[in-house]
Design a protein around this ligand. Structure first.
Ligand SMILES: [Zn+2]
Ligand SMILES: [Zn+2]
Length: 301
């Protein structure tokens, strides 16, 4: 059941959420990068030569059992990842293409709240339809990039080095394309995830070469998995996604115990930046990944 609140009550709720967030962890990050491997099923990542993703998981918090939303399709699930809301709330129901006449997600996005707090934002995507998430005025730099994962990561790494955005999203399209053509779990699908891994390495090395490495959190996840040559169902092979959160000194290493939804990614990214998620979001910050100042406090909101 959805409740609506008058403005003073909403302001109070956000203030309370801020108090909870500020007690949640010791040292907010200055930068968060969310990398989405389109169709990146966890078991295929784990059985591929993916040294950079393995490094991020070994040094960070991770679960290979996070869950996406139903239907497990690209535009719907990326909208949930970046708005923190289930599809019924964010209002994106189609997946075929960018439909300019259809407008944007109906709820706040993580970029929108970051911008409202005075932070900078950027998106790099291999699929133009993800523009439905980039509401006008909320993403400082949106770029549709050709060349798959390497193309988007190269563009994003160059942008990072020059601009150091506070919140950046990078989309890798290769695994989805290989899955639809050759099958999820095929040799070609493994190779596509190895390409993504090199692309993750391009971004990671750009961060490590900068003066912001100790203030940057990287989240690696996916919009959905897949089975045979398709996805979109509630089959566990479609629904299960990776969720890796890295940030030395800021993110507590180890396997995440709590169930993680893709809706939790937006809230976790904002809390990592020291901001409060929208109380109306379905997703919650994955509180256990944060290095606490004192005792860990359960997240509200
Ligand atoms: Zn997809
Ligand atoms: Zn697909």
């Amino acid at each position: 059941m959805r409740r609506s609140y008058c403005v003073p009550v909403r302001v109070l709720m956000v203030a309370l959420a801020l108090l909870v967030v500020s007690s949640l962890w010791a040292m907010p990050a200055k930068h968060v990068i969310i990398i989405s491997l389109d169709g990146g099923r966890p078991d295929v990542i784990l059985t591929s030569d993916t040294m950079y993703i393995h490094k991020l998981a070994a040094e960070g918090a991770y679960t290979w059992w996070a869950q996406t939303v139903d239907p497990s399709i690209t535009l719907v699930s990326h909208s949930s990842m970046l708005t923190g809301c289930l599809p019924a709330k964010h209002g994106i129901t189609w997946n075929d293409t960018f439909r300019p006449e259809a407008g944007y997600v109906k709820t706040t996005t993580c970029f929108e709240l970051a911008k409202a707090a005075g932070l900078s934002t950027a998106m790099f995507s291999n699929k133009a339809k993800l523009r439905h998430i980039a509401k006008p005025g909320t993403v400082d730099h949106y770029e549709d990039v050709a060349g798959g994962a390497i193309g988007s990561s190269t563009a994003a790494a160059e942008y990072w080095t020059l601009n150091k955005p506070s919140l950046m999203f990078v989309h890798h399209g290769d695994p989805d394309a290989a899955g639809h053509t050759f099958g999820w779990g095929s040799r070609e699908h493994h190779l596509a995830l190895e390409t993504c891994d090199r692309a993750v390495g391009i971004l990671l090395n750009a961060v490590l070469a900068s003066d912001a490495a100790s203030q940057t959190v990287i989240i690696v996840t996916a919009d959905h998995g897949g089975h045979l040559t398709t996805h979109g169902s509630t089959d566990p092979r479609d629904m299960t996604i990776p969720w890796v959160c890295w940030g030395p000194g800021m993110i507590r290493p180890g396997q995440v115990e709590a169930p993680v939804s893709t809706c939790d990614t937006a809230a976790t990214a904002l809390v990592a930046l020291g901001l409060a998620p929208d109380p109306d979001w379905d997703g919650k910050p994955v509180a256990e990944v944060f290095v606490p100042e004192e005792a860990p406090v359960a997240a509200g909101g």
